[in-house]
Design a protein around this ligand. Structure first.
Ligand code: DP6
Length: 319
């Protein structure tokens, strides 16, 4: 049995919008993105030899939570496995099982961590069969990208830049952050992020998006280098609204934010008036991610109290 684990990640500058697929090459972004790796939110994949055909099953193991993938999810996962087997020259059939250490109902997209774990486990399998088989982490991330774009970023910690040249670790001197998730909606998304990528291209506000994301990325990296926390929180706040505005103005328009998202955002906005807050960001969903900087324990406590009415998934760590 071969196993591998990988973490999830949250984008600060978002991958939203894809270039038209070139034959086999998929998931090429319209703009560069930058993420923070969530090392505590992980997926595990185990691969075992079997007789008949490749299959997926939920991994049942100690602290790992049993996962229930629907048919579409299984297909996407097994298609990626088939692509990797083909590229790495692996024959035969395998059972692939996977699990996350965070609840499926927490509204955290697990595709980044699970596709990254699948890519790493399949690479380990290839090496167990052909010890000379050797790929760089950047090359593996590029393979993972073909399964799910954002998963390539999960191979680098703590900050990963995904640009035209590929995936790279950045910001070795940038701080570790503490992650709290406000769980507004724990249901399956009605529009998956892969569909959102296609829909935003129809937004009347997509024009200029690539330039805005590019400029914000430059500003974000400078703000991290100079630890300008005020600028960091502002850039990430603007980026969250930029992406969600693309959803709201796409044709047809769609919305992940609901009244509770707005209520929580308003509470955070009021609680941080006049003080530097945590980074506030969102994925293609209704939930809100907070990333606190070192030294913000008191602020974290006070915001946590103000958010009492909400379900919070808090990273167990102190800054
Ligand atoms: C909103 O990586 O899930 O989370 O490449 O189609 O699998 P596919 O899309 P996916 O898109 C993630 C979009 C996002 C923003 C981000 O993570 O950058």
């Amino acid at each position: 049995m071969i196993s591998a684990e990988a973490p999830s990640n949250i984008a600060l500058i978002k991958y939203m919008g894809k270039l038209p697929a070139q034959t086999q090459d998929v998931n090429r972004p319209t703009n560069a993105s930058l993420s923070y790796t969530l090392d505590h939110l992980r997926s595990r994949v185990e691969i075992t030899k079997t007789q008949h055909q490749d299959s997926w099953s939920p991994l049942k193991k100690d602290s790992w939570l049993t996962l229930d993938l629907n048919y579409k999810g299984r297909d996407k996962f097994l298609n990626h496995f088939a692509r990797l087997k083909n590229a790495f020259g692996i024959d035969g059939f395998y059972e692939v099982s996977s699990a996350n250490n965070f609840p499926a109902g927490a509204g955290i997209a697990s595709s980044a961590s699970s596709f990254a774990a699948l890519t790493l486990a399949t690479y380990k399998l290839a090496r167990s069969l052909k010890p000379d088989f050797d790929l760089s982490l950047a090359k593996l991330a590029d393979f993972s990208r073909q399964g799910s774009g954002s998963s390539g970023r999960s191979l680098f910690s703590s900050y990963c830049l995904w640009d035209k040249e590929g995936f790279h670790q950045v910001g070795q001197k940038w701080p570790n952050l503490i992650h709290d998730l406000i769980v507004i909606d724990d249901q399956h998304k009605f529009i998956g992020s892969s569909d959102a990528h296609l829909l935003v291209a129809n937004s009347s506000m997509f024009s200029g998006r690539v330039e805005r994301a590019h400029l914000r990325l430059q500003e974000l990296m400078q703000a991290f280098d100079s630890m300008n926390l005020e600028a960091l929180t502002k850039i990430c706040w603007d980026e969250l609204w930029d992406m969600h505005t693309l959803f709201h103005t796409s044709n047809p328009a769609f919305m992940y934010m609901n009244e509770n998202t707005l209520l929580a955002l308003r509470i955070i906005n009021q609680a941080t008036r006049g003080v530097t807050g945590p980074i506030v960001t969102m994925d293609a969903g209704a939930n809100i991610h907070l990333l606190y900087f070192p030294g913000q324990e008191t602020l974290r406590k006070s915001i946590t109290e103000k958010l009492q009415a909400f379900k919070l998934l808090q990273q167990k760590a102190v800054l």
